[in-house]
Ligand binder design. Sequence first.
Ligand code: 7PM
Length: 287
Amino acid sequence: MSILKLPRGRELDLSQPHIMAVLNVTPDSFSDGGSHTSYDSAVNKALELLKQGATIIDIGGESTRPGAPDVSLEDELNRVIPVIKALRERSDCVISIDTSKAKVMAQAVAAGADLINDVRALQEPDALQTAAGLNVPICLMHMQGQPRTMQSAPKYDNLISEINDFFIQRIQACESLGIDKKQIILDPGFGFGKTLAHNYEILNQIDAFKIMGCEVLAGLSRKSMIGNLLSRDTDERLAGSLAGALIAAQKGAKIIRVHDVAQTSDVLKVWQACEKGLDNKGNLNVG
Ligand code: 7PM
């Protein structure tokens, strides 16, 4: 029984899997660089993703792509805060802020965000202290190295236990500042300092990261672990991404971070119908 506590008395029940939709608000996704219409179209896109079956919208203004330039605090705030405010005005959905910067975390939650998704696991200056004061669930992701260099030569003596050792250390750091571990989600970080073989070993053993009572998030949508295995360009990775999403969910990941929400929702519904059964009206059995 895993229920995340969200702001304003809301909850997210992780007894079933949830789809987290990626909503990038980087300049390459804002063709006009941040005008009123671009915020509007980001909000409309988010509302569409919710209709397609997402329960969480993950809003990110920093590209963590290997080799991507660092984004200034000002630019990141200018990209994400107006979108969070505008989406919050129009929906009570779960809004996740994808950031590593303490000031972005604080302003995002003040603007209506519900959850912090940090690929640097609260290791940037002030992030841990700030997050502890915000009282929202936190996703801690594992990364070996730094985005710019992490894919040059990833190496592990024991992949699974090294990732879990990192999680234990970060959970302890969170707990020391008063963060309840029931509010922590763990993410092994597909593609973040991992070879192709590492990524598939992680996927095969994703249940091994359900430690200390925490649920697991899996983000493999359109990643190179799909593209390099299959020799597919980014726009040809849907089938592989859906297979990965289903495997992760069947092995116990409770939040699946994806770009292709409608298709992932179909896949998870077929699995859930099979797993839970349907009543005589065709509705999923509860429990
Ligand atoms: C280019 C390459 C652009 C990779 C973006 C990415 C994760 C995440 C990202 C993840 C969590 C992407 C990544 N990946 N947050 N943010 N887990 N928690 O494919 O796997 O979206 S950025």
